[in-house]
Design a binder for this molecule. Structure first.
Ligand code: PAF
Length: 293
């Protein structure tokens, strides 16, 4: 007997429709999990869906390539849009609905209110991508209002983004729990990203130096090195030797406020943004300085 393939989740495109699904589920006592994405789904996104399925009674995925978070010279036009393939990947995962609005639905004629992002949005990505977090916070707040879930799931790979969203939710008293889930990596360590599809084979090989550089930072801290400037230099050397084409930053920061550290006395985040070819990649790793090292 042939088995039916699992069916793809229903797609809704209006704010009214997704809100009704969420509000009804909550009224029925179900915890609702929201997984905001820009599509081009990979194993990292699917791990967020799995986390939501574990922790919530109903899971909604959003797919929207948000124009306001891309700079004028960034990849908005060429960003992969793969709705059919995304739905296939979600088939059988227990997703109640996919919210895939049009730009017109999210930013209708006359739209003119934006979130002024918190302090933690200023350094790093804030410098390299002016306006990016204004677009991210604005769309995320809109998604939280459209689909007023109990919890929302984000990836650790976009570390600064999750810090910015956590702060916004706290500052604006948004009643939603922010869950940040571990980065999913390819077997060789490359962090999963929708932008990895841009990489040629050679760029893909060179992009690995981001992970190598983060692992070096981890190893140095594990050996007792506490001088963050020295570790930063070694991270940059590893990136350069690995053949990245440019480095926006390779740094060690405080996990809460993302301020650059001089010494590593407790938890710290090694944070990198670099280009392989024209593709800009970001990655990070939590470093823990153990007492005895
Ligand atoms: O991380 C992303 O994919 C996007 O920045 C997000 C959170 C879906 C907002 O557009």
């Amino acid at each position: 007997m042939s088995q039916m393939p699992p069916s793809t989740p229903p797609v809704v495109s209006t704010i009214a429709a997704i809100r009704e699904i969420v509000v009804r589920a909550k009224a029925a006592g179900r915890r609702v999990g929201l997984v905001p994405t820009m599509g081009a789904l990979h194993a990292g996104h699917l791990s967020l869906v799995e986390a939501s399925r574990r922790e919530c009674g109903l899971t909604v995925v959003t797919i929207f390539v948000n124009p306001t978070q891309f700079g004028p010279h960034e990849d908005f036009a060429k960003y992969p849009r793969t709705l059919e393939a995304d739905l296939e990947k979600l088939a059988g995962m227990g997703v109640e609905a996919v919210f895939a609005p049009t730009s017109q639905q999210m930013y209708p004629e006359g739209f003119s209110t934006y979130v002024d992002p918190p302090e933690v949005a200023r350094p790093w990505e804030g410098v390299a991508r002016p306006g990016h977090f204004r677009g991210v916070t604005t769309v995320v707040l809109k998604l939280f209002n459209a689909a007023p879930a109990d919890a929302a799931y984000f990836g650790h790979k976009d570390y600064q983004q999750s810090a910015v969203i956590r702060r916004m939710v706290e500052d604006f008293n948004v009643p939603i729990e922010i869950r940040v889930m571990p980065t999913v990596r390819e077997p060789d360590g490359l962090a999963m990203s929708s932008r990895n599809v841009y990489l040629s084979l050679d760029e893909r090989r060179r992009a690995l130096s981001l992970f190598q550089s983060l692992k070096l930072a981890e190893q140095l801290v594990g050996q007792g090195e506490r001088d963050a400037a020295l570790i930063r230099r070694r991270m940059c050397q590893t990136l350069e030797a690995g053949g990245v084409d440019s480095i926006d930053y390779a740094t060690i920061v405080d996990p809460e406020n993302l301020a650059e550290l001089n010494r590593i006395e407790g938890p710290a985040i090694a944070l990198i943004a670099a280009r392989a070819g024209k593709t800009r990649l970001i990655d990070n790793l939590l470093l823990t300085a153990s007492e005895e090292a």
